[in-house]
Ligand binder design. Structure first.
Ligand code: ADP
Ligand code: MG
Ligand code: ZN
Length: 476
């Protein structure tokens, strides 16, 4: 029997608000331990949480971006469990009445575009962090992260391969970054993913028993862990065994998933509505205000680049992979309105430069206006496209404008007819046999002559002019 995989992801995204979700402590990363804490986020008795409006607006923005239905009234609940990084003994989350439900995200996969349904998006607080010191044989706790806002985005089990899960996760990460609500860093834990994996007989409407993979802190591990888990379940079922519902971890050393805890060890969280927080009511006007402030979304921008600018789906996809890159492209385009040329430059030399320096497009060493200035020089015939690549490298290095570099280095094309004619005559004089063959009908040799002239001018001649000139000299 053939088994097909079924995957659903639960993603936690840390929101980039200035302060925590229920108090006014700072959320900034990297502060000395326990310096961003107060009685509220430390869970001291006698204090009350107050919901941060900015958190709701970030969550609302995300919910609208994936077309969710927004609950006019949602609730906060206490999720009870004991762990030393959880000062109150419960985490404030949303359970029965989440902020948003029934969304969708369109994802480009190798097998074409796919719609992944979003089951729910809710808000919750993060826990603190245990810092283990093996030297002292001790663990210490840092509560700076306790109370930092998170949204949890739960997908329906709509994914059918590790690659599709990876594509969905990338799209989701791209979107939170695009909205500016989360920095999307898997390694640092500001964007975390748990993967639920099961397999079922091909075509069967009934889902198999799932396992949940936790602590997947890179895209590579997410995809590898899911792949290994699918294989494990397939082999198990093929041998007549059964999958048990449990939480598993991925062990990168051995490249396999290993059990963490079983169903019977699973927590009973004893959820109940938090009596300290009133229901959250959101009216139409608030939703509309947030919707108005949303930037044009990547999907819409991608489609516009294809429909209005005539770019290929691939180019449009690359350019809209980051909002900053799309902005960079459009700023350059505003000053040099040739979409394909600008797209090639942005996806080629500009992107390579950004990767090499490890900077965001906003901080590109060659600004969009400067790039447009360079392209204008090529357009006017002042420099060749080849020379432009050199000038670009110099611009990145020195920060000077294209025109200044071309002038200082004498890079402008030789277009003066007399100078070029002298060079061309020299080339023909040095190759009498080829000239004779050309005149005898071997017209293919034109390419050779043009090449020689370009070589002699070190690429500074305009090939079109050279062609015309040689044609005249050879036919004379
Ligand atoms: P829980 O609340 O216990 O985590 P849910 O039923 O809410 O469980 O599902 C959590 C995630 O697991 C969702 O992303 C969902 O799509 C996924 N999921 C549920 N059932 C399956 C299954 N049989 N196979 C794969 N994924 C599943
Ligand atoms: Mg779960
Ligand atoms: Zn606090």
């Amino acid at each position: 029997m053939e088994f097909e995989p079924v995957i659903g992801l639960e993603v936690h995204a840390q929101l980039k608000t200035r302060t925590k979700i229920f108090c006014s402590c700072a959320t900034a990363f990297g502060a000395p331990p326990n310096t961003q804490v107060c009685p509220v986020c430390l869970g001291l008795p006698g204090v009350l949480p107050v919901l941060n409006r900015a958190v709701v607006e970030c969550a609302l923005g995300m919910a609208l971006a994936v077309s969710c239905t927004i609950a006019r009234e949602s609730r906060f609940a206490r999720k009870n469990y004991f762990y030393p990084d959880l000062p109150k003994g419960y985490q404030i989350s949303q359970y029965e009445l989440p902020l948003a439900e029934n969304g969708r995200l369109e994802v480009e996969t190798d097998a074409g575009p796919r719609v992944v349904r979003i089951r729910r998006i809710h808000m919750e607080e993060d826990a603190g962090k245990l810092v283990h010191d093996p030297r002292l044989g001790r663990s210490r706790v840092d509560f700076n992260r306790a109370g930092v806002p998170l949204i949890e985005i739960v997908s329906e089990p709509d994914l059918d391969s590790a690659a599709a899960a990876g594509a969905y996760l990338r799209a989701l990460r791209g979107l939170v970054r695009w909205l500016g609500i989360c920095d999307g860093n898997l390694e640092e834990g500001s964007f975390r993913c748990d993967a639920n994996v099961s397999v079922k007989p091909r075509g069967s409407p009934v889902l198999g028993t799932r396992t949940e993979l936790k602590n997947l802190n890179s895209f590579r591990f997410v995809e590898r862990a899911i792949e290994r888990e699918i294989e494990r379940q397939r082999e198990l079922l093929a041998e007549g065994g059964a999958v048990v519902q449990e939480t598993r971890l991925y062990d990168p050393e051995r490249d396999r998933t290993v059990p963490m805890r079983g169903k019977e060890e699973a927590h009973d969280y004893r959820y109940f509505p938090d009596p300290d927080l009133p229901p959250l009511t959101i009216d139409e006007a608030w939703i509309e205000a947030v919707r108005q402030r949303l930037p044009e979304l990547p999907e819409a921008r991608r489609r516009r680049f294809v429909a209005r600018l005539g770019l290929s789906a691939y180019d449009a996809g690359v350019l809209t992979s980051e909002r900053g890159l799309a902005d960079y492209f459009e700023e350059a385009l505003a000053r040099f309105p040739q979409p394909k040329t600008v797209a090639n430059w942005v996806m080629g030399p500009v992107l390579a430069l950004l990767n090499e320096r490890g900077v965001e497009p906003q901080a590109a060493p060659v600004a969009p206006a400067a790039l447009a200035g360079l392209l204008a020089l090529v357009e006017r015939g002042t420099i060749s496209a080849k020379t432009a690549k050199e000038v670009f490298a110099e611009m990145a290095h020195s920060g000077a404008a294209a025109e200044a570099i071309v002038a200082a280095k004498g890079l402008s094309q030789i277009s003066g007819e007399s100078e070029l004619e002298a060079i061309a005559r020299g080339v023909l004089a040095r190759h009498p046999e080829e000239v004779a063959s050309f005149r005898a009908g071997k017209k293919k040799l034109m390419g050779f002559f043009v090449g020689e002239v370009m070589k002699a001018t070190r690429g500074r001649a305009n090939p079109k002019t050279v062609n015309a000139l040689l044609a005249r000299l050879l036919n004379a």
